[in-house]
Design a protein around this ligand. Structure first.
Ligand code: ARG
Length: 460
């Protein structure tokens, strides 16, 4: 067995079970690129500070390039006995270039190293997710533009409530997603501070330049406190929280589209390319991708809860428990990216069934609130207007008719405020146009929103 990098004081080697149990290479090799980036910056800083010769630095940099190349070509031998990504790369570098490699870990611990890698990784992951969020926003906006003017029932309590433009609803998702991006970018800004040089926990007496490495790695500044730098995981907690919120948004979208694809609603038809079938029922065509979007939100929430639970009660500073922080983060990112990607694809592959939607619109008295507003405009107090319209609806219910089918005499039997012009307020087409104040669903307001998003998402 090869001696461990930390093996000096040990008389026995660890058991196989312990080695298998404590390794992280099986998953943290995901960090290799960022680990190499960190080592490059660190070596350059050590050379500048006179802690390493320029020629040692140069051979380290060449060695790291070669290691990166081998990893990317699948030629690198990841070894479980070398425990984690950091020691795999350092030991491979030593195998390759010999003595100079032994200077690389000067004024560095795996504790600050792993956090440097992880923050860099999360930073890239955020940029990736933000790109996918934008793609979904563009798909939803495209869908909204394609179906401009289409009225659908709006729901509260899953009961028909008021007419809304489909584009208005689709833009509601776009708004949610925009805040999701915003949260990620806020988190990115707070995360972007450099732990490198905090070493194990107490910093170092060697004359390093933390500002140099921080700058070289694109961080805003080095973290001020070395204990904080190696102890806390709030940057990734915040990241996974933002992911969990995004996942919940996507899950609601998934639920809505699954419902709308049902025979009972029938508002949308997903194309075959985004549907799957049943192994027993030959007639089935299911909206599985969006069901899984709904389902996978559970993982993303679980990843956050795992990490919160992991960190709860840990004393300062580094504890090995923290090695468990990576898999939930990797899983969260991978899952959210998949959810975003498939939702965007689904959005581009559904069509709206005008006929079914038209059939749904007359039922449910979607124009009732508009009718109450009509009375308010004539000076009736809203509470009284609510009651008058309620009684008008009560007239319709046993007859199974719409408000606009009531005659003026019938309406007047409830309130003499009703006049001939009432019919301009009834029926979904009339009703929807009365929603005209800022942010409402009337076509002029929605056109403003569409313009805003077309410009913001650079659709044209
Ligand atoms: N693989 C470890 C982790 O991910 C690296 C840090 C190990 N530090 C230590 N003192 N054992 O947390």
């Amino acid at each position: 067995k090869e001696a461990k990098l930390w093996g000096g004081r040990f008389e026995e080697s660890v058991t196989d079970a312990v080695e298998r149990f404590t390794e992280s290479i099986s998953f943290d090799k995901e960090l290799y690129k960022h680990d190499i980036m960190g080592s490059r910056a660190h070596a350059s800083m050590l050379a500048q500070q006179g802690l390493m010769s320029t020629s040692d630095k140069d051979s380290i940099l060449r060695g790291l390039d070669e290691i990166e190349r081998r990893i990317e070509n699948g030629e690198f031998n990841w070894r479980t006995d070398r425990e984690d990504v950091h020691m795999n790369i350092e030991a491979a570098l030593t195998d390759m270039i010999g003595e100079p490699a032994k200077k690389l870990h000067t004024a560095r611990s795996r504790n600050d190293q792993v956090l440097t890698d992880f923050r860099l990784w999360c930073r890239d992951a955020i940029d990736k997710i933000v790109t996918y969020i934008k793609r979904l926003q563009v798909s939803l906006l495209t869908l909204a533009l394609k179906n401009d003017g289409l009225i659908v029932p709006g729901y509260t309590h899953l009961q028909r409530a008021q007419p809304v433009l489909l584009s208005h609803l689709l833009l509601a998702y776009v708004e949610e997603l925009d805040r999701d991006s915003g949260r990620l970018l806020d988190c990115r800004a707070r995360m972007n501070y450099c732990p490198l040089g905090a070493c194990a926990l107490a910093g170092t007496g060697l004359p390093i330049d933390r500002f140099m490495t921080s700058k070289a790695l694109g961080f805003t500044a080095p973290l001020r406190n070395s204990i904080d730098a190696v102890s806390d995981r709030d940057f990734v907690l915040e990241f996974l929280s933002a992911n969990a919120i995004t996942a919940v948004h996507l899950s609601r979208l998934g639920e809505e589209w699954v419902l709308w694809a049902s025979e009972e609603f029938g508002f949308i038809t997903p194309s075959d390319s985004v549907s799957t079938g049943s192994s027993i029922m030959p007639q089935k065509k299911n909206p599985d991708p969006m069901e899984l979007v709904r389902g996978k939100s559970a993982r993303v929430i679980g990843d956050l809860v795992t990490l919160l639970t992991l960190c709860k009660g840990l004393p300062h500073a580094y504890n090995r428990d923290l090695q468990e922080d990576k898999e939930p983060a990797f899983d969260s990112v991978k899952t959210v990216v998949g959810m975003l990607e498939v939702s965007a694809e689904f959005a581009l592959n559904i069509s709206f069934n005008q006929e079914k939607i038209q059939k749904a619109l007359p039922a449910g008295h979607l124009d009732a609130t508009t009718l109450a507003d009509y009375l308010v405009k004539k000076g009736v107090p809203f509470r009284t207007a609510h009651d008058i319209v309620g009684r008008s609806v009560a007239l319709c219910v046993p007859r199974n008719c719409e408000l606009r089918n009531l005659s003026l005499d019938e309406l007047r039997s409830i309130s003499d405020v009703f006049d001939e012009d009432v019919y301009e307020f009834l029926g979904v087409e009339n009703s929807i146009e009365k929603f005209s104040s800022y942010g409402s669903t009337g076509s002029a307001c929605v056109a403003d929103q569409l313009d805003y998003w077309v410009a913001k998402l650079e659709l044209k």
